[in-house]
Write a protein that binds this ligand. Structure first.
Ligand code: THU
Length: 159
């Protein structure tokens, strides 16, 4: 028997230590929570992506009475960005959540489906995407979707 141990790297720092661009992206994600459609969970998530041309695109979760038909903020935002600018690489994404009258103290962590879509987007554009997860207490930064989804399934397996 042999064991495989997977490790991942996350930079944790207060918002004050973010670069100006990181602050701007996080602010756009926070702002986007205000337009979320989350009547069932009351959990409003905002995401903002930075394109290589410098443009920021924001989106939020869209729920549905038939629950599985809704979609997370990350996927709404990434799909909209890719649908609008299919040739623009996504360089970074920020995610924030508003719940019970305030932004969450803990960082919001993307679900498995969104991690898979982040990974696909990285592979599609052959560029690692920086992932900034916001919480009132700190910001978590991942250098790549691979750090959020180790041991993942990807296009190479289909070849
Ligand atoms: N949600 C997101 O939009 N992103 C996440 O990273 C986690 C969860 C949404 C889905 C649903 O509308 C609500 O939050 C509660 O799960």
């Amino acid at each position: 028997m042999r064991e495989i141990k997977l490790t991942t790297k996350i930079a944790v720092y207060p918002i004050a230590e973010c670069s100006e661009m990181e602050k701007k992206l996080i602010e756009a994600a926070k702002e986007a929570t205000k337009k979320a459609y989350a009547p069932y969970s009351g959990f409003k998530v905002g995401a903002a992506v930075l394109l290589e041309n410098g443009e920021i695109i924001a989106g939020n979760n869209q729920e549905n009475a038939a629950y599985p038909s809704g979609l997370c903020a990350e996927r709404v935002t990434i799909f909209f960005a890719n649908a609008t600018y299919p040739d623009q690489r996504i360089e970074a994404i920020a995610v924030a959540a508003y719940h019970n009258g305030g932004f969450t103290d803990d960082v919001i962590t993307p679900c498995g489906g969104c991690r898979q879509v982040l990974l696909e987007t990285e592979n599609r554009f052959n560029r690692a995407i920086k992932i900034l997860l916001y919480g009132n207490e700190s910001v978590y930064k991942f250098e790549s979707a691979k750090d959020l989804l180790p041991f993942s399934f990807g296009d190479k397996m289909l070849k």
